[in-house]
Ligand binder design. Structure first.
Ligand code: DGJ
Length: 715
């Protein structure tokens, strides 16, 4: 049994990897956190939990108790995990321990209100490999009458009292996602939230809290967490005046209501949490391992990401059989493994004003259907992928004309469009059936290996008039559940099909969608320099192994910046490599450069996609340089990417200090792109490379280099 329980003290203990998590039931029956942090000795003692008592008449005891899950009642002022209204008007809910169950790495603790039969089953699942804990709650109504849930948060993470915490989170907007924010915590509350109906790119549902005023990449205590939910969400980071810090996350209470009838239950999303004492770098490496090993489909047995070509930046909506076949031939010649046709192939889709919802092949563009193109792609040794945006409809479409009631809307009110499209209400069973039906048909009738699943707007007028008024706000939950169930059903019926989560870039990346998709698109911004910052931010929460990155044209469409093909490749090679350039414009030299770099990427792919990421020099805050290192899981190879933005005032290159090498083992160094300083030895100890450091030779603007360190004797 991996979960320990001491009946004498009523203390539970979960250990996983380098982490221990300890909780107990206090004398009042409240479930309270006792410890979350570095793994402790199995014999280390924990006394029974004890309520701290009230601070004064102004601070009832429940506010000072590090509760694991607390109802709104008994004078609680902190964010409650659960707030309900009973039909008699009572809104007081006080949850105490009722029972528990232990199975392997999983602990279930059931709480019950002190008077009414409302129960909450708390689930704790410890991941043995990383110590990341998954927590969620199932709220059950065993009373005779329906009740309304007004707030439902999955879990609360309690940190040790301290007034020396730094909070990090990720913010952004379209084409500028994944900006790392850092701020000191002090008394009050920081609310991270999406009210958009989906994950959103304004804030991502991830946080990290580091103890100490000067956060460091590889040392120090860091607690982190992420929500597995692709709908509206909220994470509250609260510090009370006694310097107690709680992080509570789940459905956002904004516009939320869920009617729980007798014997019904509501499950919250999972809220994952972890701890590292190797700084924020250690925290993200741990989270990456957890995601790749336990979240993405296939886990440890998942396939590495193939090198794909995508047509979007080359042909836009103007796709047709001959044009796509020409691109496919060119893509195959440089070693691309998957050819993806993006938007434009269906309905009357000439631009973004029409066609969404009409998922039949456009006859003018593909008179013989998709088969000739798919056959051609296969004959070139690649598999075939296709773009879809299943949750949307253009008012200018057959689908909308037939079913105007299928969209989210409030009857008689205007319907706000985004990119000339409306949202289908996936919570409706008929819409769910339509969306699953057309996707299943598409995958059954065509040999498709990959879907790029796009989602290009946020919600508005989220009405669901087909159900009783008191249930209409459940749309926020039921929509996402149906989205997940469609993805799950498609995956099980078409097990070889892989899926990318794209939302006009990175607006739907979270641990919920990642359970059902194989990769994500982090941003529509494909400028290779902007991407360094975007990819750096992304990597705090998500693994490079799922992060698609395309090499596109120069000058870039977004900012007209010109960069060399080497630079563009190296920027994209930090993640899962794709090509999105218009290959019809490439010179023979471009093709030979691309062929060489694609071949190199294939050799480095396991190291980059599966390995441990070290941020050696961050591109944040206008840094002239940016350097990352990917270290293979077996430690045999490190791939180092170094970028110079623009030389200023004749400053020299900074010395690069790789990390994670074995000090006493010899490594040889190999420049694959660009050059090392001529005085660098060809081989030296890990100690030498990590402490003496590596000098490179980068001069000019937008320069990039790639070198590897290979452990000797390793093959
Ligand atoms: C937004 C995506 O992020 C792009 O890559 C592209 O697929 C377009 N949508 C197509 O409309």
């Amino acid at each position: 049994m991996k979960v320990g329980y001491d009946a004498a003290t009523h203390v539970f203990r979960l250990d996983g990897a380098d982490i221990s998590y300890v909780l107990g039931v206090n004398e009042k029956g409240e479930l309270q956190n006792l410890y979350w942090g570095k793994r402790l000795d199995a014999q280390d003692p924990f006394a029974a939990a004890k309520s701290p008592g009230g601070g004064s008449g102004f601070d009832p005891a429940v506010n000072l108790t590090p509760t694991e899950f607390v109802g709104w009642g008994a004078g609680l002022y902190a964010v409650p995990n659960l707030k309900v209204t009973f039909p008699d008007g009572n809104r007081d809910l006080v949850l105490h321990y009722l029972s528990h169950e232990i199975q392997g790495d999983t602990l279930r603790v059931t709480l019950k209100d002190i008077g009414r039969d409302v129960r909450v089953e708390l689930l704790y699942e410890m991941n043995a490999e990383t110590g990341v804990l998954a927590r969620s709650a199932k709220i059950e109504n065993h009373t005779k009458l329906p009740l309304t849930i007004e707030e439902a948060f999955a879990a609360t993470w309690n940190l040790p009292s301290s007034n020396d915490y730094q909070l990090r989170y990720l913010t952004g907007r379209w084409a500028a996602e994944w900006k790392l924010q850092e701020e000191a915590l002090h008394t009050g509350k920081v609310v991270l939230e999406s009210r958009r109906g989906s994950t959103g790119d304004e804030v991502n549902p991830w946080f990290a809290i580091e103890r100490g005023a000067q956060p460091d990449q590889d040392t120090g205590d860091v607690w982190f967490g992420a929500l597995g939910w692709s709908g509206s969400w909220q994470i509250n980071v609260e510090q009370n005046a006694a310097n107690q810090v709680r992080v509570t996350g789940g459905f956002t209470p904004f516009d939320f209501a869920y009617l729980l009838k007798p014997e019904q239950s509501l499950e919250t999303p999972k809220f994952y949490g972890g701890y590292s004492n190797s700084g924020i770098g250690g925290a993200s490496r741990l989270l990456h391992r957890f995601e790749l090993g336990s979240i993405v489909p296939g886990g440890m047995h998942r396939k590495l990401r193939p090198i794909l070509y995508n047509s979007w930046e080359a042909t836009g909506f103007d796709v047709n059989e001959a044009g796509q076949e020409t691109l496919a031939e060119k893509a195959a010649s440089i070693g691309v493994e998957r050819f993806v046709m993006d938007d434009g192939w269906f309905g009357q889709r000439k631009d973004d004003h029409a066609g969404l919802g009409d998922w039949y092949v456009n006859q003018q563009k593909f008179p013989h259907g998709l088969k000739p193109l798919i056959d051609k792609v296969h004959s070139l040794g690649m598999d075939f992928g296709l773009w879809v945006e299943p949750e949307m409809v253009n008012p200018n479409s057959d689908l909308y004309k037939a079913h105007p009631d299928w969209t989210l809307n409030f009857p008689g009110r205007p319907r706000t469009e985004g990119r000339s499209q409306l949202m289908l209400n996936l919570a409706r069973p008929d819409v769910r059936a339509y969306v699953y039906g057309f996707l299943d048909k598409l995958l059954t009738e065509n040999d498709i290996a990959f879907l790029k699943w796009d989602y290009n707007r946020n919600w508005s007028e989220p009405g669901w008039s087909a159900v009783p008024i008191e249930q209409q706000k459940e749309v926020y939950v039921e929509y996402v559940r149906n989205l997940y169930s469609i993805l799950a059903e498609l995956r099980s019926k078409h097990p070889n099909v892989e899926i990318e989560s794209c939302s006009g870039g990175g607006a739907r990346v979270d641990l919920g969608i990642m359970r059902l998709t194989d990769e994500v698109w982090p941003s529509d911004n494909t400028d290779p320099f902007d991407r360094l910052r975007i990819q750096d931010g992304f990597s705090y929460a998500y693994a490079p192994g799922v992060m698609m990155a395309w090499v596109t044209d120069s000058p870039n469409w977004m900012n007209n910046r010109s960069t060399s093909l080497d630079y563009r490749f190296l920027s994209s090679m930090q993640g899962s490599l794709g090509i999105g350039a218009n290959l019809s414009k490439w010179s023979a030299e471009d093709f030979s450069t691309a062929k060489k770099l694609v071949a190199q990427y294939k050799l480095l792919r396991p190291t980059i996609q599966d390995g441990a990421l070290y941020r050696l020099i961050s591109p944040e805050e206008g840094s002239e340089f940016s350097v990352t290192e990917s270290l293979s899981t077996d430690g045999k190879q490190a791939a180092v990417f170094a970028f110079l933005h623009s030389s200023q005032l004749g400053d020299g290159d900074p010395r690069i200090f790789p990390r994670g090498l074995e000090p006493a083992t010899k490594y040889s160094i190999h420049a694959l792109v660009g050059s090392l300083d001529s005085r660098m030895p060809e081989r030296a100890s890990g100690e030498y490379w990590m402490h003496r450091g590596i000098d490179v030779s980068l001069r000019g603007d937008f320069q990039a280099m790639l070198f590897t360190l290979e452990r000797e004797g390793a093959k």
